[in-house]
Design a protein around this ligand. Structure first.
Ligand SMILES: [Fe+2]
Ligand SMILES: [Fe+2]
Length: 151
């Protein structure tokens, strides 16, 4: 029997990954300018990884006799990752991505703790693997952020 907390966190993480895919895709399309090119390319790569995360989380939910949420259960949370008014505002997107990655990192840390407590090493292992991807994404976007002066 899976713990309720493990299932809740897997479902939350699944929805977050799907919202991340939506916002990375939108921003990869919306951004303009020479400086945006690298960011757009990186977002495109990450979209595939985030989608892969969602799939793995969903499969794990199924193995635990649960299921991932559909859109009717969805609540949008990524306010800072909405496409910027100014389509050349690359820094706004970088900061939104960093918020999303920090949030994901916190969720996977919670999931690791919950899975350990529930004696569920398979979910714990999955959470550790995904956490390492999210930390790599954060590092990449921290690097992009360094190119922009902070006001
Ligand atoms: Fe992810
Ligand atoms: Fe990520």
């Amino acid at each position: 029997m899976a713990s309720d907390r493990v299932v809740d966190l897997l479902r939350k993480a699944y929805a977050d990954e799907i919202e991340t895919v939506m916002n990375y895709q939108t921003n990869a399309i919306v951004l303009d300018g020479v400086r945006a090119e690298e960011i757009k390319e990186s977002l495109q790569t990450d979209i595939q990884e985030e989608l892969g995360h969602a799939e793995q989380l969903g499969q794990r939910l199924k193995q635990l006799d649960a299921r991932p949420p559909g859109s009717a259960e969805f609540t949008a949370r990524q306010d800072s990752l909405q496409p910027p008014e100014d389509s050349t505002d690359v820094l706004a997107v970088i900061e939104g991505v960093l918020d999303a990655e920090e949030d994901a990192i916190a969720t996977y840390r919670d999931l690791i703790d919950a899975a350990e407590e529930a004696n569920d090493p398979v979910t714990e292992d999955l959470a550790v693997t995904v956490l390492s991807d999210e930390e790599a994404h954060r590092t990449e976007f921290r690097g992009f952020q360094k190119e922009y002066p902070t006001e």
